[in-house]
Design a protein around this ligand. Sequence first.
Ligand code: TPP
Ligand code: MG
Length: 333
Amino acid sequence: MVRVNEPRPRAAPDKLHRAMYREMLVSRELSDRMFALNRQGRAAFAVTGQGHEAAQVGSAHALRRGTDWVLPYYRDVGVMIALGMSPRDILLGLFAKADDPNSGGRQMPCHWSWPEARVVTRSSVIAANLPHAAGIAYASKLRGSKEVTVAYFGEGATSEGDFHEALNFATIHRLPVVFFCENNGYAISESTGKQMSVRHVADRAKGYDIIGSTVDGNDVLAVYQTARWNIEECRRGRGPKLVEAKTYRLVPHTSSDDDRRYRTRAELEEWIKRDPIDRFRKHLLEEGVITEDEDTALRAQVKGDIEEAVQSAEGAADPRPEDALRHVFAEDA
Ligand SMILES: Cc1ncc(C[n+]2csc(CCOP(=O)(O)OP(=O)(O)O)c2C)c(N)n1
Ligand SMILES: [Mg+2]
């Protein structure tokens, strides 16, 4: 069991890098399995983050787990794994089981909630988490705490009014909030060219007179450094920040999407060559942080762990019909 309220000790670089690599592998394997379970008719819906692992794991390691507030979006499997949510708990959500910690099986899969880790529940409505993030950061500032709020979203969310209202409010009050965008080039079928006139999401920061950073979202160490600098600047009271991690999703938008309708296989192939996990593995092997044998063993272990988690979560109890209205109306103590 992860004790999220204890500060994570600053690991030596090798140890940290190995942990990040493992979490990226877990996130990928789990995501692949969630998609497959949908295709097998065992799960109604899957939304996953293959290709985003570096952006998600790198940024999640930059925040203070259990102190900072986190508002992830549906694609953030890697953020939740890096924060310490178990694959089994994520799968309980996929199967809508009674013990799903996110919502007791009420929300769609990957609609996160984890109070102990300060992960704030959200709806499916794009960008609706961003005014919430500004509000939480406002509360932190009024209390004089050193907490930072990190809000995650895709580039499509930056075309929504909520994004701009959140940035406007956050900058007026110089709030400790990092707006972290995972720019994968598409909002379902709409490419960025159809969504915005600026070249980079980070360019939008100019409209609010704050710093906007663009980082290679497939380079986990670059993401970690960038996110860390921005989060710590916020903690020092230097106001909100906008970070854009450029990446690509290697799978359809969700299990209900057919991406062949709007993007070419050639484009996908180009991004597969930049797979963040392959890239990090190569780096770790070159640096001697892991050996080929260790890597093979680790990958086999991750596969086995996920298989075990699938068996355990799929066999767990369904919610009881009589509990359907729990958390809807006030209940007698
Ligand atoms: C306000 C609103 N409009 C439309 C939708 C339908 N919708 C769900 S995901 C999505 C695309 C979001 O794209 P982006 O923010 O780039 O994130 P990505 O899925 O690419 O990671 C849309 C349009 C929604 N959920 N909410
Ligand atoms: Mg997108």
